[in-house]
Design a protein around this ligand. Sequence first.
Ligand code: GYE
Length: 319
Amino acid sequence: MKKTLAAVLSAAMAVSMIAAVPAMADDDVLTIGFAQLGAESGWRDAETNDINTYNEEHDDVEFLFSDAQQQQANQIDNIRSYIQQGVDVIAFPPVVETGWEGVLQEAQDAGIPVILVDRGVDENTPEDLYATVISSDFVWEGGQAAQLLVDAMGGAGKVVELEGTVGASAANERKEGFDKYIEDNCPDVEIIESQSGNFTRAEGKEVMEAALKSYDEIDGVFAHNDDMALGAIEAIKEAGLKPGEDIKIVGCDGIMGAFEAMVAGEMNGTVECNPCLAAQIVETAQKLVAGEEVEKWVKSNDGVFSADTAEEDIKTRSY
Ligand code: GYE
């Protein structure tokens, strides 16, 4: 019954690119349009899997799903399509922080509440255009990553920073937290390079390859996500150096690949960022539809992991 509805809705979504379709309102089913930003990282896959699993296991909620392939224009089109379909709630991770006012206004005009998930928008975006943000505290994550890396480096050395997608809140704020911690506390640590690897393993590897050619001494790498850290590990190995030893490496996300790398002695730490947000999205959506107040920022609780305990920690990781 539920899967029949899903089929109808995805057919409706295809049609909605050409002409507006009537709302498929079903009072028993809460319909959430989830405009995913892409599939750029292991973290993103874990978030998508969590939503798919929730969808399969619950008959009273229907997530509609689309993938914008890291392009803001696609994400806006997909959100518009959900508005046309008259979903109950729209949820999406803004691929970048700016440029959302127009489509957020359209959702508001249509009476559809919007939940920002896992990334935020900048402070110039009027707060009344979205109901809430469910995300981690990226500034905190960046500061924690700095502590892990500086500890692993013995308090001194030259650092390469691999930034996430240009303009993404997760990149801007991790950088802010990391750079501030170093500036305030680590006179003997220098950030010699800071460049975007777009949150992907391939681009993280490329940026690291270039850095290894440009600098004689690199002691540490901070990657804004674990995928780029894993790419950097490959580049370091190919350059004949030992990742985790010759060059210390810390990432963010806490994906399984990072724990495997820590167990193998090739990575020194990661700051977790919880991708399993489906249940929280639904709970928040239910409140919004019932007209209840929700907090403006629902913060995730994240952990900090170093290679010292990775062998134990890996046993309890779920993504
Ligand atoms: O850290 C990264 C992904 O927005 C929190 O996006 C998310 C970030 C995550 O590409 O791996």
